[in-house]
Design a protein around this ligand. Structure first.
Ligand code: OOB
Length: 549
């Protein structure tokens, strides 16, 4: 009997690559037909004793990680979690993060990658929207009790059957310690195929609620080994996870998953400050890591006087937000390593400066795409290509860029062209060598040092305040973070005055929004500047906000 190779698994949840593109990406060897579950099995078979994950004093070999993922996969399957189910995973940089996601990958359930900073509003939305069957949390993190949050969300979301806690599950009988889930007996499950979805990543977002990004085993795996080639990652690489492990940058550019693909070692860093990270770099002989620009600034300041041996560090990736040329120039003198700028997005496209690019290119551009088959267009407002070197909107499609968000058909019409290009919302220009320089942004998003804030999401929360008539949230330039947030608020005529800015901040916090979304500044105004057609002019508000600093 001949078995036809699996094509792209059709799903009604999200548009996928047309078959001719999928066939091309396979023929070109980009999609190798691997799944994450099988990949880890293979690495464990090839080099069982090599260390895969280091978390403090814990050192898991590839065999150990593989065994743990297997046992947990059995446990999840025994609890009725099946292929295609969604599981919200909100874990900090701990070894269990990998155990959990590989177990889910194995049974084909989709991790939904929440960040540790997310609070009730976001988590409830992820659980409700994805109809998640389980939620994986730490016990207490930075003084915040995630079990209490889980109990609240579980009471509100009927699909949510299980809460798994890494650490102490607390008194709630509905919470199961993760350590009790694993089981040795094989429980049969339906395994995913390479064209299946592997997980849902979060978009930075420019809308009222974050969009979910469906990534397949095939496409994501390509972004990993494609990145590995450009970042010189191999089995001797030691990657330090400094940023939150679930974010696309530290996960895949080349990130922890890229390094595991290569058979290297992943070291978890619990906090991003130099006092925490530098001794770990020394002890573990870390060779490569990734930072957002504000952290890169802190590290370069601390580097020259550090009491630790950082000489093992070869490559420092910086991305997530624009890294200024002046700061970029300081990296090598301060840390004695090669800077690699990375301009990526959870939707797909990732650009890197090449390790052997001239220094001027490394410090003045945000790199060029991973793949010769990443199609990149720079267009004007009418989607017409601009002249070479001119600035315009970046559109892209390719072997690891999604063709649509998950369950968002209307939004997809706006975010993708008819022929499948993703509208990144970034304003760029391309140099003669094909490198991109990020010049700005057309999307209504604030980039707070790499953390993305959708003004509309914050505005919707503030509008819920009984004293607020209207609100507009904009970016204010900031030397350290690049941008901070400022909320302009018009109070109701009958509002009890005076209301203090702190009352608005407190309200946003109490509504359960991640701390990085709480406005840094709140200004009360009588009216908003308007555009010619009577819409709020965010451009004018941004100018006012910048001038008023
Ligand atoms: C990364 O991913 P997201 O999904 O959090 O954010 C993507 C957006 C981009 O569209 C762009 O607006 C901005 O973040 N961005 C940059 C940048 N890197 C990302 N803007 C200017 N310069 C850069 N170097 O942020 C992300 C994903 C994978 C790798 C690296 C970053």
């Amino acid at each position: 009997m001949t078995v036809t190779p699996a094509t792209v698994t059709p799903t009604t949840d999200a548009p996928t690559w047309p078959e001719e593109f999928a066939a091309r990406y396979r023929e070109l060897g980009y999609w190798r037909g691997e799944t994450f579950g099988a990949m880890l099995h293979e690495r464990a078979a090839a080099h069982p004793d090599r260390i895969a994950v280091v978390d403090g004093e814990r050192r898991w070999s590839y065999a150990e990680l593989d065994r743990r993922a297997d046992r947990l996969a059995n446990g999840f399957a025994a609890r009725g979690i099946v292929k295609g189910d969604r599981v919200v995973v909100q874990l900090p940089n701990v070894a269990e993060f990998f155990e959990v996601i590989f177990a889910l990958f194995r049974i084909g359930a989709l991790p939904v990658f929440a960040l540790p900073a997310h609070r009730e509003t976001e988590i409830r939305y992820f659980c409700e929207f994805t109809e998640a069957v389980a939620y994986v949390v730490p016990d207490v993190l930075s003084g915040f009790d995630h079990r209490a949050l889980a109990a609240k969300v579980r009471a509100q979301v009927p699909t949510l059957r299980d809460v798994f806690v890494v650490g102490d599950p607390g008194p709630d009988p509905a919470h199961t310690p993760l350590s009790d889930v694993a089981c040795d007996d094989f429980v049969p499950y339906d395994e995913p195929v390479p064209s299946d979805l592997a997980f849902l990543q979060l978009s930075g977002g420019s809308t009222g609620v974050p969009k979910l990004i469906p990534r397949t085993h095939d496409d994501y795996m390509y972004s990993l080994w494609g990145s590995n080639e450009l970042c010189a990652v191999d089995e001797d690489s030691v990657f330090l996870v400094v940023l939150p492990a679930a974010h696309n940058f530290p996960l895949s550019s080349p990130g922890s998953l890229g390094v595991l693909y290569a058979g290297g070692r992943v070291v978890l860093c619990p906090q991003p400050d130099p006092e925490t990270a530098f001794p770990i770099i020394e002890r573990e002989r870390v060779t490569i890591t990734g930072l957002v620009p504000p952290l890169a600034l802190v590290w370069t300041e601390a580097g020259p006087t550090a009491r630790y041996d950082l000489s093992s560090l070869d490559v420092l990736l910086v991305g997530g937000a624009k890294f200024s040329e002046a700061a970029a120039r300081r990296v090598r003198p301060a840390l004695d390593c090669t800077l690699q700028q990375v301009f990526g997005m959870a939707e797909g496209l990732v650009n890197y400066t090449r390790l052997d690019d001239p220094v001027e290119t490394i410090v003045t551009t945000q790199g060029r795409p991973i793949s010769a088959h990443d199609e990149v267009r720079v267009v004007d407002d009418e989607d017409q290509d601009v002249a070479p070197g001119e600035t315009g909107h970046l559109l892209t499609r390719g072997p690891y860029t999604i063709r649509g968000y998950w369950r968002a058909p209307e939004h997809n019409q706006r975010s993708f062209t008819e022929d499948g290009f993703y509208r990144t919302g970034d304003v760029v220009r391309m140099t003669p060598t094909g490198h991109l320089v990020v010049e700005g942004r057309a999307k209504d998003q604030i980039n707070r040092g790499g953390e993305k804030v959708a003004p509309e999401e914050v505005e919707n929360v503030i509008l819920g305040h009984p004293a607020v008539h209207d609100v507009s949230v904009v970016a204010v330039p900031d030397e350290y973070l690049g941008e901070r947030t400022c909320a302009y608020v018009i109070l109701r005529a009958d509002a009890e005055s005076p209301l203090k800015p702190v009352a608005i901040k407190k309200f946003v916090r109490e509504r359960g929004l991640a701390a990085y979304k709480i406005p840094d500044r709140v200004e009360f105004v009588d009216a908003f500047p308007q555009t010619g057609i009577g819409k709020v002019s965010k451009k004018d508000l941004r100018t006012t906000a910048a001038a008023d600093q």
